[in-house]
Design a protein. Structure first.
Ligand SMILES: Cc1cc2nc3c(=O)[nH]c(=O)nc-3n(C[C@H](O)[C@H](O)[C@H](O)COP(=O)(O)OP(=O)(O)OC[C@H]3O[C@@H](n4cnc5c(N)ncnc54)[C@H](O)[C@@H]3O)c2cc1C
Length: 386
């Protein structure tokens, strides 16, 4: 099939099966999104980069780009949880045959939602300081401790979790990677409300949670290389679909500027031109990330460049949008006078956190400086961190 035919078929599928407006109610919304992901999977349109044996499409470079562009244009729901872009590639590389067979398809189909349990109250940038313990008892681990900032923790079925199996001082040499059943006895999930008013992430407490040793991915105390793989994919995840999404969002912002009669202002035009250039650069950066993954099997440290570029762009874009709205830029989603149901204001508030999640901007800059530019290590950095 020619690439143009592939694009046309995918577009026709997305238009024809579009699941309609997003329900306001949380429970209905979850069911709506799960039904969509199942439909996509069953039709063979899920997992553009995934191996076919786990239900993916195993697309070539050009087709992954086409897929992301059409998906973003169609405004259909995205994946649930953080498993697809982060845990799945880690499982494909390090998981046993049994783990891959058991976990990958349900994750891709949206039947099981995955969330990432890495951060702890005193272990964010300095991830090797984590203290949640897993003590081995026969063929089970007994897990105790606390995680925080777990995105989608409240809807998760599986938590891909970092635990300390080594001595308290073992840092990255005493960490293991466990798949914890989020519904197991002893797991308590508490949603945390953020600046937007939504509860996007949670804190999670483990009290004597029993996890089968068979649910450890990789070696005991050998979790750190998996963390590197996960974090690389987390930073790269969405590089291409963000570029495709922001292409659409920028077009909508330009439309908004026209509607408000602001495009006569040369300063507004200069800002829009700057965003236009950046969204095009983002597209090429996204392509480079896909090419890297296809060539080396891993995104590598360049994923920090993609991540930093996207998050600073999205903050700048939403700040500009709120400025453009003038006094209306103060009206949130619940206000009847809010412009476009408050979406720009919501985006402004939501993207405040972008330069923190998946490693802060400072940490990304240090990674770029050391690992890509070969500059000396920041003396403030601990021996090994995010
Ligand atoms: C929206 C969002 C979603 C998230 N989702 C998840 C999730 O699903 N799962 C999960 O496990 N975690 C998640 N996190 C947590 C995220 O990974 C951490 O917040 C992040 O790593 C920063 O850690 P911290 O909050 O402990 O801040 P700290 O590490 O305490 O950092 C505080 C400040 O000090 C700076 N700093 C710290 N060390 C250095 C250094 N060595 N050099 C220079 N500057 C430094 C930081 O850049 C920052 O400005 C999420 C966070 C956000 C905001």
């Amino acid at each position: 099939m020619h690439d143009d035919d592939f694009r046309a078929r995918l577009r026709a599928f997305l238009v024809e099966h579009h699941p309609g407006r997003r329900p306001k109610d949380r429970t209905e919304r979850l069911a709506w999104q799960k039904a969509w992901l199942a439909k996509l999977f069953d039709a063979g349109y899920a997992g553009p980069s995934w191996p076919r044996e786990y239900g993916g499409m195993d697309l070539s470079f050009a087709r992954q780009v086409i897929y992301q562009e059409e998906y973003a244009k169609a405004r259909v729901p995205g994946p649930l949880g953080t498993g697809l872009g982060i845990a799945a590639p880690t499982l494909v590389k390090y998981g046993t045959a049994e783990q891959k067979e058991r976990y990958l398809r349900p994750m891709l189909r949206g039947d099981a939602v995955w969330a990432q349990g890495y951060s702890e109250p005193d272990a964010g940038s300095d991830l090797p300081a984590l203290r949640t313990t897993a003590r081995r008892e026969g063929d089970e681990y007994i897990v105790n401790g606390q995680k925080v900032w777990t995105s989608s923790g409240d809807i998760a079925d599986v938590l891909f979790t970092l635990v300390r199996t080594g001595t308290p001082a073992s840092r990255q040499h005493g960490i293991s990677y466990l798949l914890v059943d989020a519904h197991a006895p002893g797991v308590t999930v508490r949603p945390l409300r953020d600046l937007t008013g939504d509860a996007h992430f949670c804190e999670i407490f483990f009290t004597d949670v029993r996890v089968p040793v068979a649910d450890r991915v990789g070696e005991e105390n050998g979790g750190w290389p998996l963390v590197r793989t996960s974090l690389g994919h987390e930073r790269a995840a969405g590089a291409m679909n963000q570029a495709a999404r922001y292409r659409r969002v920028l077009d909508e912002l330009i439309e908004l500027a026209h509607e408000r009669g602001a495009t006569a202002d040369p300063l507004v035009r200069a800002r829009l031109a700057d965003f236009e250039m950046r969204v095009r650069i983002m597209r090429y950066t996204g392509m480079r990330t896909i090419a890297d993954i296809l060539a080396r099997g891993e995104p590598g440290p360049a994923s920090s460049t993609s991540r930093l570029f996207v998050v600073t762009f999205e903050q700048d874009l939403h700040e500009f949008a709120v400025d453009l709205l003038g006094p209306y830029g103060m009206l949130g989603r619940d206000d009847p006078h809010a412009v476009q149901r408050g979406r720009w204001v919501w985006g402004f508030l939501r993207t405040r956190a972008s330069t923190i999640g998946a490693g802060t901007a400072e940490i990304q800059r240090n990674t770029i400086a050391e690992q890509l530019l070969g500059l000396p290590r920041d003396p403030a950095m601990p021996p090994s961190s995010r």
